[in-house]
Design a protein around this ligand. Sequence first.
Ligand code: SF4
Length: 128
Amino acid sequence: MAGLKRTMCSRCVKKVCSPRIKSGETPNLENAPDFCPMKLLPEVLEDVKQEYQKTDIKEFARQASIQEFECYEHVDGGLRTKNPRILELIQFAGKNNYKRLGLAFCGGLAYEAGLLTDILENKGFEVV
Ligand code: SF4
C-alpha cells in the first residue's frame, strides 16, 4: 500500500528501545532499524507522551508497575512469577477499583472464557 508506514518490531534485532530507557530519555535512533516506529512515527510518540501526562493514565501505569512488582520474586535460578495470571488480573482490577470486566476471546476459547467468567463472578466482578 502506497504511503503506509510499516513498522516491524517483530523483526528487530537491535532493540535500542530496551531495556529500561529512563523517563525523559530518548533512545539513540541512529542505531534503530529503518522500520522502527520511533523513526517512522515520531508524531505518535509525541501523542503518547501527552497521553501519559493524564492523571488517570498515570495512575493506571503506576498501579500496573506495583502489580508487576508484587507478582515476581527472585530465587536462586533468577526471576520468576509467583502468582497465576488470573490472580494477578483480579488483584490489578481491585487496585483500580474496577467492578466490570470485559472478556474478548475467539470461539475456540469459549469454554475457557466461561470458566474465567465463573471465577471473576465469584470474585464479585460483573463480566461482559
Ligand atoms: S521500537 Fe524500534 S528499536 Fe524497539 S523493537 Fe521496535 S524497531 Fe526495534
